[in-house]
Write a protein that binds this ligand. Structure first.
Ligand SMILES: NC(=O)c1ccc[n+]([C@@H]2O[C@H](COP(=O)([O-])OP(=O)(O)OC[C@H]3O[C@@H](n4cnc5c(N)ncnc54)[C@H](OP(=O)(O)O)[C@@H]3O)[C@@H](O)[C@H]2O)c1
Length: 364
């Protein structure tokens, strides 16, 4: 088995760009990682500028690395990799420009922003070409992932399919209760939680689900040697039976409290690869919708073939919460990729281009 787990001869020098939901656990992971060294931090909010990275991510011991918004100074640092976790979906053009700037400056980039980047071969050329050109200019590599889209819908089902003689279809469903997910500003608005069911939530505008999850569907199909002929989007929302409080905000009675959607990659009119979501804000919303056993939150991976497999994955954070685990897992998925991405050939890479890698084992 080829893995990237052999310890590198020197630490990789990393700049963390973004100190939000994903950026904070990423900072902690970089500081604690035995093979990584934090050399720079970019922050946007004026109150974060000049503060030590440790303070921004809840670590006690100062790192000596102070947050800055000076991009030229950051990209002028001697660094192997930028870990980019800025809010991307509300600023697509700026994000492509910032990623391109880092890549052209010769920095490899691991990234969670702009989820359609998880599989660059399926991206529109107009968005991919500046990134390709920047990689060529800088001799650098870009890898984008997360938990979903990302890990749950690419390496996990493909790992399961490794033990099939033949595969007929793959379906991955995220079934996460989002009531503890502190992201009302983006996910809350994007999914339309707490808004009337008639609200034109951005997620349900035609093409938006395909934009977010199409990469995942195409990646899995390509790995299986399939050509997806058509993408089909479905969605459904359910109202709150009464008013209740969540980390997504107050959900008034009758407003959106549950979202179910899926993207089917069709071959011969049949779903071959499906990326699905069931995101309730309370366990009793949508009793007819799919659930994990025991009403847990996580992912169900269904590989139909010979043989067939069904797996349930339940992420749990340090305090038992699945949303805390989800955001930490998103950060860890790309931070752990840094050595492999630094060693990869220049260009836009996917999990299909990288060896197996894991988080570092705790010293025992
Ligand atoms: N695939 C997955 O599983 C997955 C999971 C979670 C997130 N994501 C993606 O990862 C990215 C980061 O997510 P997140 O939850 O960490 O986002 P977030 O907390 O909402 O925002 C991240 C950071 O973006 C910066 N920012 C916000 N508006 C900005 C602006 N106008 N100009 C410059 N910087 C700005 C802020 O930096 P400061 O704090 O320094 O001001 C903020 O901390 C998003 O694109 C998200 O979609 C993917």
């Amino acid at each position: 088995m080829t893995t990237s787990q052999a310890r590198p001869s020197r630490s990789r020098r990393v700049i963390q760009w973004g100190t939000g939901n994903a950026g904070r656990p990423a900072l902690r992971a970089i500081v604690r990682h035995p093979d990584l060294e934090l050399v720079g931090v970019h922050a946007h909010a004026p109150e974060k500028i000049g503060r030590d990275a440790a303070e921004l991510c809840g670590l006690d011991a100062p790192t000596g690395v102070l947050a800055t918004d000076d991009v030229d100074a950051l990209l002028g640092l001697d660094a192997d990799c930028v870990s980019y976790m800025v809010q991307g979906e509300t600023r697509i053009r700026e994000t492509i420009d910032e990623l391109s700037r880092a890549l052209a400056a010769g920095k490899n980039v691991v990234n969670t922003s702009l989820v359609f980047l998880v599989y660059p071969p399926s991206m529109p050329a107009a968005l991919r070409e500046p990134l390709d050109a920047a990689c060529a200019e800088g001799g650098s590599t870009l890898f984008t992932s997360g938990l979903d889209p990302g890990w749950s819908g690419d390496v996990l089902p493909l790992a399961v399919a490794c033990a099939c003689e033949t595969v007929d279809s793959i379906r991955v469903t995220e079934m996460m209760d989002y009531s503890t997910y502190e992201d009302p500003g983006f996910t809350g608005l994007f999914f339309g939680y707490g808004r009337p069911l008639s609200f034109e939530a951005p997620l349900f505008s035609p093409g938006a689900i395909a934009g977010g999850w199409g990469g995942m569907v195409h990646l899995v199909a390509d790995a299986l040697g399939w050509h997806v002929e058509e993408l089909r989007e479905e969605h459904e929302r359910l109202p709150a039976p009464e008013t209740f409080e969540t980390a997504m905000g107050t959900i008034e009675r009758g407003t959106c409290a549950g979202v179910r959607f899926e993207l089917q990659g069709l071959i011969g009119g049949e779903p071959a690869v499906t990326a699905a979501h069931v995101n309730r804000l309370r366990a009793d919303i949508g009793p007819d919708w799919p659930s994990l056993s025991g009403e847990r939150s996580g992912y169900r991976i269904e590989v139909e073939g010979s043989p067939s497999y069904t797996c349930e994955i339940e992420p749990r954070g340090e305090h038992g919460d699945h949303n805390e685990a989800g955001i930490l897992g998103t950060a860890a998925r790309v931070i752990n990729a840094i050595p492999a991405v630094c060693d990869a050939a220049p260009g836009l890479v996917t999990p299909l281009d990288l060896p197996i890698f894991t988080g570092p084992g705790r010293p025992r």
